[in-house]
Ligand binder design. Structure first.
Ligand code: MTE
Ligand code: LUZ
Ligand code: MOS
Length: 763
């Protein structure tokens, strides 16, 4: 089944925030944000801006009726700066005008004087100064202190991974409308409608039931709208509260890039020990997470880094410590993988460095240490592993040795270009790591004409969750998909939702939908039994032997002249409910943060990728030749949607690891603040070949229809591109001492190609 949105997408008819018809009297907002990363506000002069034509009003922190507080996990972030600014781009004032142009023109006329304070951009400096968002956490298994003596090879090092701009095509934005009795409707481009509702209520000092948040779909979120869409919804509601008029704010790209947080950069130290059989015996790692100026989701991101610090490997002795460091960058936030990729990069670097020292391919070490079913993760959960299945299938399909020989042969025969290859196994846990967030609800209505309307907490952001939820209802009811409509995500229809995140939206909301549909179906079967069909044939178990297949009712396997429509109408006439509101929470998950042990994940997703890249040894530029993957889908319920998620995730991961380079200067100002200075993969730089093999299995798992979550895991295959490029450089300059510093930009490739004296240009 195709993505149900493809028809309206292609015709330009899909509704995003900017497609919502504007109500008469709508005003437009724009934010004045801090030009300085850290300091005390001495004065704010809005007079000239206020006097401008079409400017209606300018709001500051003083205009907030409730709490000036938007922190979700830790209450440490003001909506509008009251007396201190903590990052370049921190909102200070909100201008509201009759037009967008007038609002933005007025922003330029606001003057601010700030007494500067010391600016920290480096997480290690923040840690030294005790600037931590939360106390450090340590995950531990075995005892690393005793492990080193049993190791033949011990390697230490450091790594850096940079942040990443989300670059959703639709920028952040919201549109608030005043309703009767002091309520508000907020259209928000958010992954978390409930977060927008909750925070709006807090800032305006209103009960949550007065705030309706509605989201039809997003032009991408990638985590950037899990928490940070809230700001704009609340801003619009605040202005609407005071002015009693609708207020809209749709950010320009440069406002969005400047004011919102990104993937967390990490700086890390590792120590890895292997025995003579290449088994990893000990692994110690310390993560310094660059959280930015406020907590946002950083504590949860940090936690997932710890969960994934051993990636797809079993290591008997692990000590992993993480610090969430407060710097003066915009608060960093969720981004596809949510700290997992940052954790995995470090162990991959550790393995690569050990392989370098031993003069063997990293894959020899990777393969020897893949998780087996029953192996324990450092957090106590036992693996149900597909790691070896994926690796072995990849070898069977793509022949790792043959690929390596081809790379070696190419490198022998070519002076000016070199190839590199790397394998990247992945293992990603599915569930919110915060156990309580793993809950979802669905509201299903069957109308008297047999059509079906469904609301859940899931937000469609291009990942195809609405298509999957529709498939659930179509399968349970056995009716044509065209009879089913998925409605907007709305806090008045479905309450207290978790954000659409953690790759779990289809699992959680799909399962809730499944439960609701089954409830209604059982009632319909009862109606069929009582009213219309040969009651005599019901066996002694009392379960009516009815089945609905493709909209026709079958009894004891024989087709009747009753169809779905007739049955639905019969139920209605009998006053049987055709609606259901259901609740789902995955069983068996728990985690004890005091012990740092438990069973936090419903299941894990595995896979193996083989990445090959070619570098141009004169210019340092490169191409990714191929990404060959065996990915563990469980039992995929939608081939095209899942394939698209894999391809998109891989390209996004390669972008993070290769060309996307965020640069802040020492003053904490974002230098790469536009698409001219921040490069994302385009159609020319995507891998020339992406080959994805579906490892299909019908093993039991907690996924919807056993179709494993796919949203985030494939991003982590992109890490292999970093190591493939690194290997290509080493084929040219074997003595190069290349720091483990991602992204591997063409500049860095060029510098390491010619790093040491003995290498001269080949021409
Ligand atoms: N795919 C598209 N097209 N757009 C997106 O914004 N977000 C990703 C992933 N795939 C995203 C996407 C992220 S970060 C997550 S957590 C999942 O989708 C969320 O959706 P799911 O839970 O339905 O997989
Ligand atoms: N968001 C969150 C996430 O709040 N908790 C998580 O565990 C998570 N994991 C991945 C992506 N977003
Ligand atoms: Mo995704 S980072 O969980 O929104």
């Amino acid at each position: 089944m195709k993505n149900i949105d493809s028809y309206t997408h292609v015709r330009g008819e899909s509704v995003y925030l900017d497609d919502i018809p504007i109500v008469n009297g709508t005003l437009y907002a724009a934010v004045f944000d801090s030009p300085v990363a850290h300091g005390k506000i001495k004065s704010l002069d809005t007079n000239e801006a206020s006097d401008m034509r079409a400017v209606v009003r300018i709001f500051t922190a003083k205009d907030i009726p409730g709490q000036n507080q938007i922190g979700g996990i830790v209450p440490d972030e003001e909506l509008l700066a009251s007396d201190h600014v903590h990052f370049c781009g921190m909102p200070v004032a909100l201008v509201v005008a009759e037009t967008e142009e007038a609002a933005r023109a007025a922003v330029k006329k606001i003057k601010i004087e700030i007494d500067p304070l010391h600016i920290i951009t480096d997480p290690r400096e923040a840690k030294e100064k005790g600037e931590l968002i939360i106390p450090p956490r340590t995950f531990q298994i075995g005892d690393t202190n005793n492990a080193w003596s049993g190791c033949e090879h011990i390697v230490e090092g450091s790594t850096e991974t940079n942040g990443q701009e989300h670059l959703y095509i639709e920028t952040q934005g919201a549109y608030a409308l005043p309703l009767e009795n002091g309520g508000f409707r907020v259209y928000s481009s958010t992954q978390g409608p409930t977060a927008v509702q909750r925070t709006t209520a807090r800032v305006l000092d209103l009960p949550m039931n007065k705030i309706e948040v509605d989201t039809t779909r997003l032009g991408g979120g990638f985590g950037g709208k899990e928490d940070q869409a809230t700001t704009w919804g609340v801003m619009c509601a605040l202005a609407s509260y005071h002015l009693k008029r609708p207020v809209k704010y749709s950010l320009h790209r440069m406002e969005d890039m400047r004011m919102t947080g990104k993937r967390h950069p990490y700086s890390s130290d590792f120590k890895i020990g292997l025995n003579k059989d290449l088994k990893i015996i000990g692994y110690e790692v310390t993560f310094f997470q660059n959280a930015g100026a406020a907590a946002d989701l950083s504590p949860a991101v940090m936690e997932r880094t710890l969960f994934h610090c051993t990636n797809s490997y079993f290591v008997p002795n692990v000590k992993a410590t993480a610090y969430s460091c407060r710097t003066h960058l915009p608060p960093n936030t969720a981004f596809r993988g949510f700290g997992g990729p940052q954790g995995m990069f470090v162990i991959e670097a550790a393995i690569a460095k050990a392989a370098d020292v031993l003069g063997i391919p990293a894959s020899d070490i990777q393969q020897k240490n893949l998780l087996k079913t029953g192996d324990e993760f450092p957090y106590g959960q036992k693996a149900e592993s597909e790691a070896n299945e994926c690796w072995n299938k990849a070898n069977e399909l793509y022949d790792i040795n043959k690929l390596r020989k081809e790379v070696d042969a190419f490198n022998k025969n070519n002076k000016l270009s070199k190839k590199g290859m790397a394998l990247m196994p992945i293992c990603f846990g599915i569930s919110f790591t915060k156990t309580l967030m793993n809950q979802a609800r669905a509201l299903v209505h069957v109308y008297t004409d047999g059509s079906v309307g469904i609301s859940t907490g899931a937000v469609e952001m291009g990942q195809g969750v609405n298509t999957k939820i529709l498939q659930v209802a179509a399968r349970i009811f056995s009716i044509d998909p065209s009879r089913i409509k998925i409605n907007s995500t709305n806090t008045w229809r479905v309450a207290n939702t978790s954000p659409t995140a953690a790759s779990a939206a289809a699992d959680l909301n799909g399962r809730a939908t499944e439960i609701a549909c089954n409830e209604i179906l059982n009632r319909l079967k009862q109606v069929a039994a009582e009213e219309c069909l040969a009651v005599a044939e019901i066996d002694k178990t009392g379960i009516p032997p009815f089945e609905i297949k493709e909209e026709w009712i079958y009894i004891n396997g024989k087709k009747t002249d009753w169809n779905w429509n007739k049955l639905v109408m019969a139920a209605y006439i009998r006053r049987v409910s055709l609606s259901e509101h259901s609740h789902y929470t995955p069983p068996g998950i728990h985690f004890d943060p005091a012990k740092e042990k438990g069973h936090p994940f419903a299941y894990h997703v595995y896979g193996t990728a083989i990445i090959t890249a070619t570098i141009d040894c004169l210019r340092g530029i490169y191409e990714v030749d191929s990404v060959k993957v065996v990915h563990d889908f469980g039992s995929s319920m939608n081939y095209l949607v899942d394939l698209g998620q894999c391809e998109g995730g891989i390209v996004q991961g390669i972008g993070w690891m290769t060309m996307e380079e965020l640069l802040y200067n020492k003053e904490g100002k974002l230098m790469t603040n536009a698409l001219s200075t921040y490069k994302v993969p385009d159609i020319y730089s995507v891998p020339k070949e992406i080959d994805i093999h579906f490892l299909q299995s019908d093993k039991d798992n907690l996924a919807i229809f056993r179709s494993k979550a796919v949203g985030e895991p494939p991003l982590m295959y992109g890490i292999g591109a970093y190591f493939a490029l690194r290997n290509a450089v080493k084929a040219f300059n074997p003595s190069a001492d290349i720091p483990y510093d991602a992204p591997m930009t063409p500049e860095k490739v060029l510098m390491s190609l010619y790093q040491k004296k003995e290498v001269t240009s080949p021409v």
